[in-house]
Design a protein around this ligand. Structure first.
Ligand code: ADP
Ligand code: MN
Ligand code: MN
Ligand code: MN
Length: 340
């Protein structure tokens, strides 16, 4: 006893989509989801239940090695449920999972590009922000006067890799103190699991830097970029072609379907997005659908390589930085594959 304890951090979303977590020590070694019991918490303290009937149940859905505690510690990503087994309003994984289960053969891949701001906890201003400066020097920048917060971005990258999260890159973004990390390609439901856990690790690690992570789509008013969460997407048919048709045929077909469901998607793509999608700062307009090749002012972009190769993937540029990746990925799959 003692040697083989497992420290598990149960993590979930509170009433305002904020992360909440608490720790539980198990005797013995636990690594598999099936070994983890449900747990519960006081939902009246997270704005999710009344004090008289306060119990919310934590349902473990995914396990990752915990890179912060190390050893055989684990992170346990949970959905939230009432005692009558109904899910809380912001617990969307089960909905998305049901959608992906309806067609496994399609093999959907996703790669989401999470943009965010690092904000000084004291001044409430982005790192490196200076109202006298203009955008231009910060994107993919290097150097003390250009890149702000690299130590945290770098620590986050390494933590994700240690946790087995499929992170595929990071870069400094267009506004000062703004960064991006990419999660993918992931298959189906895995994208939401990995992106949520990557967000959690970023918020956890930010504590020791006195930095607040801001996932809002338009934290700075004026001539500054907002934050998006571009969703890159493909199915096996788009990547390989099928029935003598090239992949591009299936990509065009999917984009055509998306053009008819624009507002239904926008409603699922995050809040406050209309402040970001002004048609300026590399965005399309909020209420009009558009597509293009290599056009960063379009709702949907096909990359040059995809057009040249006649197959590949496309990018939905509409989701905002505070979107729920379960909603975004499952909506893309539902509209392009399941619906007629
Ligand atoms: P951008 O050029 O828009 O900045 P990024 O390089 O930031 O693009 O992100 C591209 C994302 O697309 C990565 O997460 C990558 O894993 C993902 N991706 C690459 N190939 C595919 C594919 N076939 N299907 C879905 N996503 C893909
Ligand atoms: Mn990118
Ligand atoms: Mn970007
Ligand atoms: Mn992009």
């Amino acid at each position: 006893m003692g040697y083989f304890n497992t420290v598990a951090e149960y993590i979930w979303l509170g009433g305002k989509d904020e992360f909440r977590s608490k720790t539980r020590v198990f005797e013995g070694e636990i690594q598999l989801l099936e070994q983890l019991p449900k747990w519960n918490y006081d939902g009246s303290s997270t704005d999710q239940a009344r004090g008289t009937d306060s119990e919310v149940i934590l349902v473990p859905r995914q396990v990752f090695p915990d890179p912060i505690r190390g050893g055989n510690s684990i992170l346990v990503w949970c959905e939230t449920m009432r005692p009558d087994e109904s899910y809380l309003h912001n617990s969307h994984r089960h909905w998305a999972n049901d959608i992906f289960e309806q067609n496994k053969d399609a093999e959907p891949w996703f790669g989401l590009e999470q943009e965010y701001f690092m904000i000084y906890s004291h001044s409430k201003k982005p790192l490196g922000y200076d109202e006298k400066k203009k955008q231009g020097q910060f994107y993919c920048s290097v150097g003390t006067e250009n890149a702000f917060g690299r130590a945290l971005a770098e620590e986050h990258l390494q933590a994700c890799i240690s946790a087995g999260i499929k992170i595929s890159g990071i870069n400094a973004e267009v506004a000062p103190g703004q960064w991006e990390f990419q999660i993918g390609p992931c298959v189906g439901i895995e994208e939401g699991d990995h992106l949520w856990m990557a967000r959690y690790l970023l918020v956890r690690l930010s504590e020791k830097y006195n930095i607040t992570i801001d996932f809002e789509p338009k934290p700075l008013e004026g001539d500054w970029n907002g934050s998006g969460c571009h969703a890159n997407y493909s199915t096996r048919e788009m990547r390989e072609g099928s029935d003598g048709k090239p992949g591009l045929y299936f990509i065009d077909n999917a984009i055509e379907k998306l053009s008819h469901r624009h507002m239904a998607h926008m409603k699922m793509y995050g809040t406050g997005n209309e402040k970001r999608m002004t048609g300026k700062h590399e965005t399309a307009s909020y209420d009009k659908f558009s597509d293009g090749v290599a056009n960063r002012g379009a709702s949907i972009r096909r990359g040059n390589d995809t057009v040249k190769n006649g197959k590949g993937y496309f990018e939905d540029r509409r989701p905002s930085s505070n979107c729920d990746p379960y909603l975004v990925t499952a909506m893309l799959f539902k509209t392009t594959i399941l619906d007629d």
